[in-house]
Write a new protein. Structure first.
Length: 461
């Protein structure tokens, strides 16, 4: 028990309280402390009503089993996707005990999860994204799914990027569900048709379209000042500026030299310029409310991940009818991605049979098709059923299929680097975005300082 307690305390020091980084930041302790020590979640667990669950049709266990699942899929589209998993588990006589934590990008859910683990109440299943898998797995807390992966031929079925993500030191430590494309430009088709416009493919065209929309009394670009949403726009602009190679220097290598590059200054200038096309003032709103402003015609465009498409579909809106989708200018050949995954806590291994059933179901053809259709994502399979995918998803799949040279791992959604780096960069970007007194050059210098203050290993040096 003492050894387990020691390991859990290490979770705090490595994942929750990186004070050494704050001290190393020199003159920027203020902004870094805010980034690295966000306010505590106001609620421990917010349980959303479960979707209708079908009557179990098979019974593989002698007694009913259950799995508590911590996640942040709480919007209408996300709940439709989760219902696919709930119903498939129910057919195996396994109950999904929902522990949904509201909050975009999983910020609140991450804090709650750490609190649960430290209290000795780790859930059987949790949504985890990106590089953090390795940190939890290295502590010996995650169930290894090697047997399920081998029996299901996961390495053969999965995209190489996905297979690499769920592996840690030769062991499969998570089960993948779907791949999000983040560099999407959504637009209100009725507005564009009425004004005789097409979606912009360059930033010069974007400026022309946005100016025309303003003259028509329509807000060109929907946006929230919420930190993760601002940072999502920022990382998309970074990809647009110079492609995946420079993007990776910034957010995977976290190279001070890359942050000092004139290209970053141009990215910051573009971010500031876009503010003139946003609602005034830009307030802090959930992404679902921002999406509503496009759906009801208050705004004409929205740059965001394809979970927005899943939400529109849940509201009865269809692609190329009420809304359209295109790549953000300059990114048509690139795929800024995040990947939906679930990891299992090992505990005393008493839930291992049910956990392995869930992992098997997640990779089944039926779940891959239905979950991703509702979520807005594309399948993690290399060869999905293209007949069940709309135009937006087909374009996403074709771009991701080009391979690593066209792919960029999301900073904001934990694909590129650790939590500490993500939070520090995101906080500084939001500070620049919301405070017009901060110049582009000052913001660049502060980002360079953050990159320099990171531990040697975090920079990928």
């Amino acid at each position: 028990m003492g050894d387990m307690r020691h390991r859990l305390l290490r979770v705090v020091t490595t994942l929750l309280l990186p004070t050494s980084f704050v001290m190393a930041a020199g003159g920027h302790e203020c902004c870094l402390a805010a980034a690295l020590n966000p306010p505590a979640a106001s609620t421990i667990i917010g349980t959303i009503p479960s979707p209708v669950v079908t009557t179990p049709t098979t019974q593989n266990f002698p007694a009913p089993s259950s799995l508590q699942v911590v996640h942040w899929w709480t919007s209408d589209g996300e709940r439709r996707a989760v219902s696919v998993l709930i119903n498939k588990l129910a057919e195996q006589n396994i109950q999904w005990r929902d522990a949904a934590i509201p909050g975009g990008a999983g910020i609140g859910a991450g804090k709650v999860l750490k609190s649960m683990v430290l209290a000795g109440n780790a859930p059987e299943v949790t949504q985890l994204n990106g590089v953090i898998f390795g940190e939890w797995s290295d502590l010996g807390l995650l169930l290894e799914l090697d047997r399920v992966a081998t029996q299901g031929s996961w390495q053969k079925l999965l995209f190489p990027t996905v297979w690499s993500l769920v592996n840690n030191h030769g062991h499969v430590v998570a089960a993948p569900l779907g791949i999000h494309r983040i560099n999407n430009l959504y637009y209100n088709t009725a507005i564009f048709k009425r004004l005789g416009m097409t979606p912009p493919t360059s930033w010069d065209e974007f400026d022309q379209v946005a100016t025309r929309l303003q003259q028509a009394g329509i807000t060109p670009l929907a946006q929230s000042s919420e930190t993760w949403q601002v940072a999502t726009l920022f990382e998309t602009l970074a990809l647009s500026e110079s492609g995946p190679a420079y993007y990776r220097q910034l957010f995977v290598d976290v190279s001070p030299k890359a942050f000092a590059d004139p290209r970053l200054l141009h990215i910051l200038k573009r971010l500031r310029k876009l503010r003139q096309f946003m609602p005034q003032p830009v307030t802090e709103r959930p992404w679902t409310e921002v999406a509503h402003s496009l759906a009801d015609g208050r705004a004409a465009m929205f740059i965001m991940g394809d979970w927005v498409k899943g939400e529109f579909n849940a509201w009865g809106l269809n692609v190329d009818q009420q809304f359209g989708c295109a790549a953000v200018p300059g990114t048509a050949d690139y795929h800024l991605y995040s990947i939906d995954t679930l990891a299992m806590f090992a505990g005393d291994y008493s839930h291992q049979p049910a956990q392995e059933v869930l992992a098997q179901l997640m990779m089944s053809p039926a779940v891959q098709a239905d979950y991703n259709r509702f979520k807005g994502t594309i399948s993690v399979w290399r060869t999905p059923d293209l007949n069940r995918m709309d135009r937006c998803s087909t374009n996403s799949w074709r771009t991701f299929s080009k391979g690593a040279a066209s792919q960029a791992p999301s900073l904001v959604h934990r694909m590129a680097t650790d939590e500490t780096t993500k939070d520090a960069i995101s906080a500084e970007v939001r500070r620049f975005f919301t405070d017009e007194r901060v110049s582009e050059l000052e913001a660049q210098q502060r980002l360079i300082s953050i990159a320099r203050a990171l531990p040697h290993t975090a920079r990928g040096d």
